[in-house]
Design a protein around this ligand. Structure first.
Ligand code: PBG
Length: 328
């Protein structure tokens, strides 16, 4: 055949393919989400095979291993004792609580590791919601926006005092980025960054995570604050607010089923874009690999590459350590 264009020439050898590759993964792209609790024992998480809820001591050790593999950051998710959960989630701002103690221990052992904290009330709230809950006259649940933001400010300040590098509001209340920015600046924490969960969808893919922390809503769902999975333009609206309110980085969550949202956000902002490969995505890949139905290394790296190619600069993934090991 007389073919002037033969795209296969650019795929002919590994060397040529490496020259023309548009997207590649690095451990430096990853944030490792980590679960921990007050107990001295480490506990395997039944809803997330291969993931452990650590004691604070093991958390520090594991965080150091992740850092040594080239992973620059972790994000902390505490399991709070049932007895410490209250309607107003007061424990979330206790300077001697589990999270601030963990931040101090990690920063002392690994000062160069970036410590990110989740700002939301669900682990602390006796209702299992990200915000403060009341019932209206008809007995319907209502998640109070402004009251919640007041508590989130205290939680973010508590994390900053303990030495967090980045606070990450995952609650989806309106106006929380501006309120947290203002409070951090007023208290002299102008160097603490905000990674905002900008487009966080009301997703069934969070199920295994709520099992890991016993943090599922006791009643109702999260659809009055997390976004409707059918909406894409609304993600841009949230982005515009977060940018105006002073977010340093923005996030899309989940990642794999929302690649179009990652791309749209990427094209609409100059801020760094993060994407969260959530617990349900992890579980799908892990369980299919464990059954021998998929090749784990190949499928995980391809799923992460797809998220990066869609436009994510940063990927939160439970596979961070494994993937970093494979990429070495
Ligand atoms: C809580 C929070 C959730 C996740 C991260 N932060 C659960 C939720 O919103 O219900 C989910 C992460 C995952 O599924 O891996 N605000």
């Amino acid at each position: 055949m007389n073919l002037p264009h033969r795209p296969r020439r650019n795929r002919r050898t590994p060397a040529i393919r490496s020259l023309v590759r548009e997207t590649s993964l690095s451990p430096a792209d990853f944030i490792l989400p980590m679960f921990f609790h007050e107990d001295a024992e480490d506990t395997p998480i039944a809803s997330m095979p291969g993931v452990t809820r650590w004691s604070v001591e093991s958390l520090v050790k594991e965080a150091g291993e992740a850092h040594a593999l080239g992973i620059p950051a972790i994000v902390l998710f505490p399991k709070i004792e049932e007895s410490q959960k209250t309607p107003l989630a007061e424990e979330c701002a206790n300077d001697e609580g589990l999270v601030p103690r963990a931040i101090r221990a990690i920063k002392t052992a690994h000062p160069t590791l970036c410590v990110i904290t989740d700002v939301a009330l669900d682990p602390y709230n006796s209702d299992g919601h990200d915000g403060v809950v009341i019932r209206d006259e008809r007995g319907e649940l209502e998640i109070l926006n402004d009251e919640t933001v007041r508590v989130l400010i205290e939680q973010a300040l508590c994390h900053a005092r303990a030495g967090a590098d980045i606070v990450s509001p995952s609650d989806m209340m309106d106006g929380r980025v501006a309120a947290i920015r203002q409070a951090l600046d007023d208290e002299g924490y102008e160097d603490v960054s905000i990674l905002s969960y900008t487009a966080k969808y009301a997703s069934a893919f969070y199920g295994p995570f709520r099992g890991a922390l016993d943090s599922a809503p006791k009643d109702g769902d999260k659809k009055t604050y997390q976004m409707d999975p059918g909406n894409a333009r609304e993600a841009i609206r949230e982005l515009q607010h977060d940018e105006a309110e002073g977010a340093d980085m923005v996030m899309v969550k989940p990642a794999g089923p929302y690649l179009d949202i990652i791309t749209r956000i990427r094209e609409s902002t100059t801020l760094p874009v993060a994407a969260y490969q959530v617990s349900g995505e992890y579980l799908m890949l892990k369980s299919a690999s464990a059954a021998g139905w998929l090749d784990e290394k190949a499928i995980v790296l391809e799923s992460l590459l797809g998220i990066k190619r869609a436009g994510a600069d940063i990927i939160l993934t439970y596979f961070a350590k494994q993937a970093a090991g494979w990429l070495k």
